[in-house]
Design a protein around this ligand. Structure first.
Ligand code: NAP
Length: 243
Protein backbone atom coordinates (compact mmCIF):
# COMPACT_ATOMS: atom_id res chain seq x y z
CA UNK A 1 0.00 0.00 0.00
CA UNK A 2 1.19 3.55 -0.77
CA UNK A 3 2.64 5.47 2.19
CA UNK A 4 0.16 8.20 3.13
CA UNK A 5 1.95 9.36 6.30
CA UNK A 6 1.99 12.98 5.17
CA UNK A 7 -1.79 13.05 4.62
CA UNK A 8 -4.62 14.18 6.88
CA UNK A 9 -8.00 12.59 6.16
CA UNK A 10 -11.34 13.52 7.72
CA UNK A 11 -14.08 10.86 7.56
CA UNK A 12 -17.63 11.26 8.84
CA UNK A 13 -19.40 8.19 10.22
CA UNK A 14 -16.02 6.62 11.00
CA UNK A 15 -17.27 4.46 13.88
CA UNK A 16 -18.92 1.71 11.81
CA UNK A 17 -19.71 0.41 8.33
CA UNK A 18 -17.91 1.81 5.29
CA UNK A 19 -16.55 4.77 7.29
CA UNK A 20 -14.87 2.53 9.85
CA UNK A 21 -13.30 0.36 7.12
CA UNK A 22 -12.07 3.52 5.42
CA UNK A 23 -10.60 4.90 8.66
CA UNK A 24 -8.75 1.62 9.14
CA UNK A 25 -7.50 1.60 5.56
CA UNK A 26 -6.17 5.16 5.71
CA UNK A 27 -4.71 4.68 9.20
CA UNK A 28 -2.93 1.49 8.04
CA UNK A 29 -1.37 3.50 5.21
CA UNK A 30 -0.01 5.95 7.80
CA UNK A 31 -2.44 8.83 7.26
CA UNK A 32 -3.55 11.00 10.18
CA UNK A 33 -7.27 10.21 10.42
CA UNK A 34 -9.79 12.59 11.94
CA UNK A 35 -12.89 10.50 12.56
CA UNK A 36 -16.28 12.08 13.11
CA UNK A 37 -18.90 10.17 15.10
CA UNK A 38 -21.71 10.87 17.54
CA UNK A 39 -20.24 8.23 19.87
CA UNK A 40 -16.64 7.48 18.94
CA UNK A 41 -15.96 3.73 18.98
CA UNK A 42 -13.34 2.66 21.49
CA UNK A 43 -10.67 1.43 19.16
CA UNK A 44 -12.10 0.94 15.69
CA UNK A 45 -8.88 1.42 13.80
CA UNK A 46 -6.03 0.32 15.98
CA UNK A 47 -5.99 3.55 17.99
CA UNK A 48 -4.83 5.68 15.08
CA UNK A 49 -7.93 7.86 14.82
CA UNK A 50 -8.32 11.29 16.40
CA UNK A 51 -12.04 11.63 17.17
CA UNK A 52 -14.34 14.60 16.78
CA UNK A 53 -17.68 13.98 18.50
CA UNK A 54 -20.48 15.58 16.50
CA UNK A 55 -24.10 14.97 15.57
CA UNK A 56 -24.41 15.64 11.84
CA UNK A 57 -28.15 16.23 12.00
CA UNK A 58 -27.49 19.55 13.79
CA UNK A 59 -25.83 22.78 12.62
CA UNK A 60 -23.83 22.93 15.87
CA UNK A 61 -22.38 19.52 14.91
CA UNK A 62 -21.14 20.89 11.57
CA UNK A 63 -19.70 23.95 13.32
CA UNK A 64 -17.93 21.78 15.90
CA UNK A 65 -16.16 19.81 13.15
CA UNK A 66 -15.07 22.93 11.27
CA UNK A 67 -13.80 24.54 14.48
CA UNK A 68 -11.94 21.36 15.49
CA UNK A 69 -10.11 21.27 12.15
CA UNK A 70 -9.35 25.00 12.31
CA UNK A 71 -8.08 24.61 15.90
CA UNK A 72 -5.90 21.61 15.00
CA UNK A 73 -3.82 23.72 12.62
CA UNK A 74 -3.93 20.79 10.17
CA UNK A 75 -4.50 21.10 6.45
CA UNK A 76 -6.89 18.47 5.11
CA UNK A 77 -5.77 16.38 2.16
CA UNK A 78 -8.98 14.34 1.95
CA UNK A 79 -12.52 14.95 3.23
CA UNK A 80 -14.90 12.01 3.01
CA UNK A 81 -18.57 12.81 3.54
CA UNK A 82 -19.59 9.26 4.37
CA UNK A 83 -22.15 9.35 7.20
CA UNK A 84 -25.69 8.62 6.11
CA UNK A 85 -29.05 7.26 7.18
CA UNK A 86 -31.69 5.43 5.19
CA UNK A 87 -35.24 5.23 6.48
CA UNK A 88 -38.14 3.28 5.01
CA UNK A 89 -40.97 5.81 4.81
CA UNK A 90 -44.55 5.17 3.69
CA UNK A 91 -45.97 8.68 3.23
CA UNK A 92 -49.57 7.45 3.26
CA UNK A 93 -49.13 5.72 6.63
CA UNK A 94 -47.20 8.49 8.41
CA UNK A 95 -48.38 11.44 10.44
CA UNK A 96 -47.21 14.89 9.36
CA UNK A 97 -45.21 15.31 12.53
CA UNK A 98 -43.43 11.97 12.25
CA UNK A 99 -42.75 12.51 8.55
CA UNK A 100 -41.28 15.98 9.08
CA UNK A 101 -39.04 14.74 11.87
CA UNK A 102 -37.72 11.80 9.81
CA UNK A 103 -37.32 13.82 6.63
CA UNK A 104 -35.51 16.67 8.36
CA UNK A 105 -33.01 14.32 10.00
CA UNK A 106 -32.36 12.41 6.78
CA UNK A 107 -31.94 15.58 4.71
CA UNK A 108 -29.66 17.12 7.35
CA UNK A 109 -27.30 14.13 7.68
CA UNK A 110 -27.25 12.98 4.04
CA UNK A 111 -27.33 16.31 2.23
CA UNK A 112 -26.97 19.50 4.27
CA UNK A 113 -24.08 18.22 6.40
CA UNK A 114 -21.89 17.33 3.36
CA UNK A 115 -22.72 20.69 1.77
CA UNK A 116 -21.88 22.67 4.91
CA UNK A 117 -18.77 20.63 5.74
CA UNK A 118 -17.44 21.15 2.23
CA UNK A 119 -18.11 24.90 2.45
CA UNK A 120 -16.68 25.26 5.94
CA UNK A 121 -13.62 23.09 5.35
CA UNK A 122 -12.51 24.42 1.94
CA UNK A 123 -10.35 27.09 3.66
CA UNK A 124 -8.58 24.28 5.55
CA UNK A 125 -7.86 22.08 2.52
CA UNK A 126 -4.58 21.72 0.67
CA UNK A 127 -4.57 23.52 -2.64
CA UNK A 128 -3.62 22.27 -5.04
CA UNK A 129 -3.93 18.60 -4.19
CA UNK A 130 -6.88 18.04 -1.85
CA UNK A 131 -9.83 15.76 -2.60
CA UNK A 132 -13.43 15.86 -1.38
CA UNK A 133 -15.27 12.53 -1.65
CA UNK A 134 -19.04 12.47 -1.35
CA UNK A 135 -20.63 9.05 -0.94
CA UNK A 136 -23.86 8.84 -2.91
CA UNK A 137 -25.62 5.69 -4.14
CA UNK A 138 -26.89 4.13 -7.36
CA UNK A 139 -30.27 5.27 -5.97
CA UNK A 140 -29.15 8.81 -6.84
CA UNK A 141 -29.73 7.83 -10.49
CA UNK A 142 -33.08 6.06 -10.09
CA UNK A 143 -35.09 5.88 -6.84
CA UNK A 144 -36.70 2.96 -5.08
CA UNK A 145 -40.22 3.20 -3.69
CA UNK A 146 -39.47 2.40 -0.06
CA UNK A 147 -36.98 5.18 0.79
CA UNK A 148 -38.09 8.33 -1.06
CA UNK A 149 -36.28 10.87 1.13
CA UNK A 150 -33.01 8.91 1.04
CA UNK A 151 -33.14 8.75 -2.76
CA UNK A 152 -33.84 12.49 -2.99
CA UNK A 153 -30.89 13.32 -0.72
CA UNK A 154 -28.51 11.13 -2.73
CA UNK A 155 -29.69 12.63 -6.04
CA UNK A 156 -29.12 16.09 -4.55
CA UNK A 157 -25.69 15.14 -3.27
CA UNK A 158 -24.69 13.72 -6.67
CA UNK A 159 -25.68 16.97 -8.37
CA UNK A 160 -23.89 19.07 -5.73
CA UNK A 161 -20.78 16.93 -6.21
CA UNK A 162 -20.70 17.69 -9.94
CA UNK A 163 -21.21 21.43 -9.34
CA UNK A 164 -18.57 21.51 -6.61
CA UNK A 165 -16.08 19.78 -8.93
CA UNK A 166 -16.57 22.56 -11.49
CA UNK A 167 -16.32 25.28 -8.84
CA UNK A 168 -13.20 23.95 -7.08
CA UNK A 169 -11.22 22.93 -10.16
CA UNK A 170 -9.52 26.35 -10.38
CA UNK A 171 -8.31 25.89 -6.76
CA UNK A 172 -6.81 22.49 -7.57
CA UNK A 173 -9.23 20.72 -5.23
CA UNK A 174 -10.58 17.52 -6.79
CA UNK A 175 -14.12 16.34 -6.07
CA UNK A 176 -15.07 12.67 -6.38
CA UNK A 177 -18.33 10.78 -6.10
CA UNK A 178 -18.19 7.31 -4.55
CA UNK A 179 -21.13 5.14 -5.60
CA UNK A 180 -21.24 1.96 -3.54
CA UNK A 181 -23.18 -1.08 -4.70
CA UNK A 182 -24.92 -3.01 -1.90
CA UNK A 183 -22.33 -3.19 0.90
CA UNK A 184 -22.61 -5.47 3.95
CA UNK A 185 -23.18 -2.94 6.75
CA UNK A 186 -25.91 -2.23 9.31
CA UNK A 187 -27.67 -0.13 6.66
CA UNK A 188 -28.34 -3.16 4.47
CA UNK A 189 -28.91 -5.76 7.21
CA UNK A 190 -31.48 -8.30 6.02
CA UNK A 191 -31.24 -7.24 2.37
CA UNK A 192 -29.32 -8.44 -0.68
CA UNK A 193 -28.45 -12.01 0.29
CA UNK A 194 -24.86 -12.98 -0.45
CA UNK A 195 -24.28 -10.47 -3.23
CA UNK A 196 -22.97 -7.66 -1.04
CA UNK A 197 -19.52 -6.09 -1.25
CA UNK A 198 -17.56 -6.03 2.01
CA UNK A 199 -16.99 -2.62 3.65
CA UNK A 200 -13.25 -3.30 3.35
CA UNK A 201 -13.47 -3.79 -0.43
CA UNK A 202 -15.52 -0.59 -0.73
CA UNK A 203 -12.96 1.28 1.40
CA UNK A 204 -10.06 0.01 -0.75
CA UNK A 205 -11.89 1.13 -3.90
CA UNK A 206 -12.26 4.63 -2.42
CA UNK A 207 -8.58 4.86 -1.35
CA UNK A 208 -7.44 3.68 -4.79
CA UNK A 209 -9.92 5.90 -6.63
CA UNK A 210 -8.79 8.98 -4.71
CA UNK A 211 -5.14 8.13 -5.43
CA UNK A 212 -5.96 7.82 -9.16
CA UNK A 213 -7.88 11.08 -9.22
CA UNK A 214 -11.10 9.34 -10.32
CA UNK A 215 -14.22 11.40 -10.78
CA UNK A 216 -16.55 8.47 -10.03
CA UNK A 217 -15.62 5.54 -7.84
CA UNK A 218 -18.09 2.78 -8.69
CA UNK A 219 -16.83 -0.70 -7.81
CA UNK A 220 -18.52 -4.04 -8.51
CA UNK A 221 -22.20 -3.98 -9.40
CA UNK A 222 -22.31 -0.17 -9.31
CA UNK A 223 -20.11 -0.03 -12.41
CA UNK A 224 -22.39 -2.55 -14.17
CA UNK A 225 -25.47 -0.57 -13.12
CA UNK A 226 -24.04 2.72 -14.48
CA UNK A 227 -23.32 0.99 -17.79
CA UNK A 228 -26.89 -0.34 -18.03
CA UNK A 229 -28.15 3.13 -17.14
CA UNK A 230 -26.21 4.65 -20.04
CA UNK A 231 -27.47 2.12 -22.57
CA UNK A 232 -31.02 1.50 -21.29
CA UNK A 233 -32.10 3.96 -18.58
CA UNK A 234 -35.64 2.57 -18.43
CA UNK A 235 -34.27 -0.88 -17.53
CA UNK A 236 -32.03 0.67 -14.86
CA UNK A 237 -35.04 2.58 -13.44
CA UNK A 238 -37.13 -0.60 -13.29
CA UNK A 239 -34.28 -2.46 -11.55
CA UNK A 240 -34.10 0.18 -8.82
CA UNK A 241 -37.83 0.84 -8.37
CA UNK A 242 -38.46 -2.32 -6.39
CA UNK A 243 -35.00 -2.89 -4.96
N1 NAP B 1 -24.24 0.01 2.67
C1 NAP B 1 -24.61 0.21 1.41
O1 NAP B 1 -24.98 -0.74 0.70
C2 NAP B 1 -24.57 1.59 0.81
C3 NAP B 1 -24.93 1.71 -0.55
C4 NAP B 1 -24.92 2.96 -1.12
C5 NAP B 1 -24.53 4.05 -0.39
N2 NAP B 1 -24.20 3.90 0.93
C6 NAP B 1 -23.79 5.09 1.67
O2 NAP B 1 -22.53 4.86 2.28
C7 NAP B 1 -22.45 5.64 3.47
C8 NAP B 1 -22.07 4.75 4.65
O3 NAP B 1 -23.10 3.78 4.79
P1 NAP B 1 -22.94 2.46 5.68
O4 NAP B 1 -23.55 1.37 4.91
O5 NAP B 1 -21.56 2.35 6.20
O6 NAP B 1 -23.96 2.84 6.86
P2 NAP B 1 -23.98 2.42 8.41
O7 NAP B 1 -23.20 1.20 8.65
O8 NAP B 1 -25.42 2.45 8.78
O9 NAP B 1 -23.20 3.64 9.09
C9 NAP B 1 -23.72 4.91 9.00
C10 NAP B 1 -22.74 5.89 9.64
O10 NAP B 1 -23.31 7.21 9.61
C11 NAP B 1 -23.28 7.74 10.92
N3 NAP B 1 -24.37 8.66 11.23
C12 NAP B 1 -25.69 8.49 11.02
N4 NAP B 1 -26.39 9.52 11.53
C13 NAP B 1 -25.47 10.36 12.09
C14 NAP B 1 -25.56 11.59 12.78
N5 NAP B 1 -26.74 12.19 13.03
N6 NAP B 1 -24.42 12.19 13.20
C15 NAP B 1 -23.22 11.59 12.97
N7 NAP B 1 -23.07 10.43 12.33
C16 NAP B 1 -24.19 9.81 11.89
C17 NAP B 1 -23.42 6.51 11.81
O11 NAP B 1 -23.04 6.84 13.14
P3 NAP B 1 -23.88 6.32 14.42
O12 NAP B 1 -23.22 5.03 14.83
O13 NAP B 1 -23.74 7.42 15.41
O14 NAP B 1 -25.31 6.13 13.97
C18 NAP B 1 -22.48 5.54 11.12
O15 NAP B 1 -21.16 5.79 11.44
C19 NAP B 1 -23.81 6.32 3.65
O16 NAP B 1 -23.75 7.63 3.14
C20 NAP B 1 -24.72 5.47 2.79
O17 NAP B 1 -25.85 6.17 2.34
C21 NAP B 1 -24.20 2.70 1.55
Amino acid sequence: MKDLSAKTVLITGANRGIGRALAREYAAAGAHVLGVARCPAEDPSGGAVEWIAADLSRPDGWTRIIEAVAGSGRTLDILVNNAGIQQAIDLDATTAEAFREKAQAEIAVNLVAPLCLAQGLIPHMRRPGATIVNITSILSRHPKASAPVYCATKAGLASFTDALRLQLAPLGIHVAEAIPPLVATDMTAGRGGGSKLSPEAMARAIVEGVARGSKRIAPGLSRAFLMIDRIAPEIAAAMMAKS
